[in-house]
Design a protein around this ligand. Sequence first.
Ligand code: DGJ
Length: 318
Amino acid sequence: MFQPGVVWRDSAGQPINAHGGGVLFHHGIYFWYGCHKIEGLSEAADADGGVRAYASRDLVNWHDFGMVLPLDGRGDEDLRHGCIFDRPKVVFHARTRQFVLFFKFYVKGHGSRVGFVGVATSRSPAGPFVYQHKFLGGNSPEGTGDFALFQDDDGALYHLAVRKPDKAFVVGKMSDDYLMPEGAYQVAEGITRHTEAPAVIKRDGRYWMLASDSTGWDPNAARSFSAPTIFGPWTSHGNPCEGINPHNGLGSELTFGGQSASIITLADRPDACIAFFDINKPDHPFDSLYVWLPISFAGGRMSIRWRDRWSLDVFAAE
Ligand code: DGJ
């Protein structure tokens, strides 16, 4: 059973340490990649430790694969403790057979004015990943902040992100090998300015986005949008959340205390989607929690209702 908002332990009994994460399915196994937060350090004291990965066959029970991209500076100066390293996501490139890992990246000692996207690759979903380079997205000299990557049915990969410094939401296509943006980004018509934490899926030929407002580490109301093409025009469907998280007393207006990280699609049920939120704890991020909840699509909108406990059987009932 999934139990949103309580400590989620791996098969060794340790709290799962993979924040701002995403899940990739490959050859019968789900891989959960997320940001490892160093125990005892606050966000202000540089808690980011790199990317940790877990594996599962059922999405409930997770085995720790350990660090697949540590911030130890080995091999590249960029990847040093003290940089800001957030929201890692992995996609598989069918032709190059590479697993490509993207992360939100601020260089050590340079604050958060300029936001890069870091790129690392591996031949195996279990890593290790090798850092390749960083790029500035959004056709902006200050780059982008929170982002989503969406792999379309034809294999094309899109980078969707909040642009710096104006916080417009932009969409750009990645190159055929996925490693760099290609061509100009477009402002996504219909997506409210200051939209962060985006996660994108496609369903019945329509693109859907779950996202948040922009309030630092503090929770705010979730946002949802849909569009006939990845570039828009996007239609707002408002806050998809309903209910209250009994563990912290926070309701839909604060996304149960969480912020979106990604959407997980079941391997055998592409219409069955799970919203992945983090409950951020910037003073002790090692203790941040996860909220995974099923998404239902009805009446032309998405809805995400709080559940204390649930299993994948909810999708069979639909
Ligand atoms: C909001 C983002 O969504 C988070 O991932 C994090 O980067 C915070 N901002 C930092 O303030």
